[in-house]
Design a protein around this ligand. Structure first.
Ligand code: ADP
Ligand code: MG
Length: 346
């Protein structure tokens, strides 16, 4: 007889994305010597020959990760590649190949999918990666994209999330919050258009932020710059979910805490203007907005002179003892504990 017991039902949202991944994968062991590092970093690390091979994969779903009412398909193809390459750069490595798999509904024409592949092609040219395979299938609704990126790096150059040491400086490339505020502008224009389909959106004055959202960059230039400056980050991650969530990942993997200084956060003036217009706190956009794809890394204090005043790099804090946790210090010296409010998929 089958037991008449109600099976337990746990909502996935009770765990959140990262606890869910831990829960599902913690019982898996690595069996091969070639699997140097499995789950838990921006990319897995494999070793088949002299150098390390990196692998990273991402899944993008229409309606969850992108909205085709304001995302042109060419941009989408470009962005889908770039976000994957960003995870390879976050290992201080160079991407070399990608695979692209798509599920498409009959709503899409050949011309539409061609446009999407034009974007993929431009990204392959810009970042010098080869498209080497994938899979194509039909879908009952919308478009689903899965891209895997491969890369390589020498063992001594690789930067994991786990190498940060107490007193290391916390550094970020570029500026933050733009992609999120760009999305707010696009969402607003979409809402206006729904009410009045004859309206022409006036997006002048928002171009930087919209470009951050629709055509992000993977920071190949920063990896090259660090190499020129002879700096190997002790730990590194890319910012896909918001600064707060990424600092917590570095903290957990490296077993250190962090002090982050609010006044140091790099924000573009246009982004500050949009925050004012939307009555949205710009620090919140930086901490919890996603998709900037900048690099967040730690370096030894001895390397400070090499990056001091560099226009592309900002020291925003430093690593402390893990007991101190992760705190943001505001202009009047108050400490605010960082929490992970990044993109919650569930
Ligand atoms: P990122 O934001 O850098 O793309 P994620 O947060 O997506 O990284 O993933 C964190 C880690 O968990 C990575 O090592 C990734 O490969 C792994 N991971 C995510 N989802 C799964 C899954 N369903 N099964 C196994 N590993 C997963
Ligand atoms: Mg990443």
């Amino acid at each position: 007889m089958l037991e008449n017991k109600t099976p337990s039902k746990t909502a996935i949202s009770e765990l959140g994305e990262f606890a869910l991944i831990d829960h599902l994968t913690s019982s898996f062991n690595l069996k091969h010597k070639t699997s140097v590092l499995g789950i838990g970093d921006d990319a897995a690390v494999l070793k088949f020959g002299k150098d390390e091979t990196l692998v990273s994969t991402d899944l993008l779903i229409e309606g969850v990760h992108f909205d085709l009412s304001y995302m042109p398909l060419k941009h989408l193809g470009y962005k889908a590649v770039v976000v994957n390459l960003s995870d390879i750069y976050a290992m201080n490595a160079s991407p070399t190949q990608i695979t692209v798999s798509i599920a498409v509904s009959n709503r899409f024409t050949l011309e539409a999918i061609e446009e999407f592949y034009q974007g993929i092609s431009i990204a392959c040219e810009n970042y010098k990666v080869d498209l080497i395979g994938g899979d194509t299938t039909s879908s009952t609704s919308g478009l689903t994209i899965s891209i895997t990126a491969l890369g390589s790096v020498s063992k001594k150059q690789i930067s994991l999330r786990s190498g940060a040491q107490e007193n290391d400086l916390l550094v970020v490339s570029g500026d933050l919050g733009g992609a999120y505020m760009g999305l707010q502008v696009l969402e607003r224009e979409k809402a206006v258009f729904k009410v009045n389909p004859n309206s022409q959106p006036d997006l002048s004055g928002y171009s930087y932020s919209i470009e951050r959202q629709l055509k992000p960059k993977a920071r190949k230039d920063i990896i090259e710059l660090l190499d020129e400056l002879d700096i190997k980050p002790s730990a590194m991650i890319d910012i896909s979910d918001g600064l707060s969530s990424e600092i917590l990942h570095l903290s957990k993997a490296s077993d250190v805490g962090f002090h982050l200084f609010e006044e140091k956060l790099p924000i573009d003036p246009e982004v500050i203007g949009i925050c004012e217009e939307f009555k949205f706190n710009s620090t919140t956009a930086v901490l919890n907005g996603g998709e900037d794809y900048e690099l967040l890394f730690t370096i030894s204090q001895n390397d400070f002179e090499k990056i001091k005043n560099h226009p592309l790099l900002t020291v925003i804090g430093h690593a402390i003892d893990s007991k101190g946790g992760c705190q943001m210090i505001n202009g009047i010296g108050h400490q605010i504990e960082l929490t992970a409010q990044g993109w919650k998929s569930f």
